[in-house]
Design a protein around this ligand. Structure first.
Ligand code: C5P
Length: 230
């Protein structure tokens, strides 16, 4: 059983609110760089006011003092979950974890689901890279720094779980059914596969946002997410 988080990657807050009016089953919503840049804190407050749990996905990666300040602002805003990049380093993640206190579940983004071996190798200047090992190494760092969990692809959930505490959050984006288009995602899985692997939260955007019937698409995902991890 996992929570389904709807990624509100839409051009405006009013469009997002209109969509949510049609999706009474959407409990968790994700606000990323697009809507935060356009609408800011009032939009997040409005979502919380409507009873949503907000995942603020701004993937902070900066010096420790700046990231801690941003996390503190997110905490005051009342968001339930937020992201930092695990590659920001141990000191940055420790400062962020302290700022989050017990109020915001802070998760460390490991290897983006849009990366394949070639693009990650290029970005990090390495010839030999194993994305699974890389995600595990970053998850270990995130856990040691005191984060509540990580973001990774479905393929890495089992190995990442081995190095995380039992109650850690494992958030999985890149959710696609066999008939969905991939878009820019590379390391994808179905909702059922991700939950069976041990994901606690699934992040889904375009498969719902672009569906002919978003309510039906979300309902199917919620049903799949109810399956039991194997
Ligand atoms: O539309 P789609 O289902 O691909 O949306 C996935 C969402 O998850 C996007 O909002 C993206 O920013 C986010 N995300 C991701 N990969 C990560 C972390 C977050 O795709 N590693």
């Amino acid at each position: 059983m996992a929570e389904v988080i709807l990624a509100l990657d839409l051009p405006s807050g009013s469009e997002a609110m209109r969509l949510l009016d049609r999706l009474p089953e959407a409990r968790w919503v994700k606000v990323g760089s697009i809507l935060m840049t356009r609408e800011g804190a009032p939009f997040v407050r409005a979502l919380i006011g409507r009873g949503h749990r907000v995942f603020l996905d701004l993937k902070w990666h900066d010096i420790p003092n700046t990231v801690a300040g941003a996390v503190m602002a997110a905490r005051e805003l009342g968001v339930s979950m937020a992201t930092v990049h695990a590659l920001g380093g141990r000191t940055m993640m420790e400062a962020a974890a302290v700022a989050a206190g017990g109020d915001v579940a802070l998760v460390g983004v490991t290897v983006l689901t849009s990366h394949d071996v070639a693009s990650y190798g290029r970005a990090t200047g390495r010839r030999e890279v194993n994305l699974g090992d890389e995600a595990v190494r970053q998850a270990e760092e995130a856990a040691s720094a005191g984060l509540a969990g990580v973001v990774c692809s479905s393929a890495e959930v089992v190995s990442v779980r081995r190095v995380l505490p039992e109650d850690a959050l494992v958030v999985v984006p890149g959710i696609r059914s066999e008939t969905d288009t991939m878009g820019d995602q590379v390391r994808v899985a179905t909702a059922k596969e991700a939950v069976r692997a041990g994901a606690t939260h699934l992040v889904v955007g375009r498969p719902v946002l672009h569906a002919p019937d978003p309510a039906d698409a979300l309902r199917r995902l919620l049903e799949e997410a109810r399956c039991v991890p194997s």
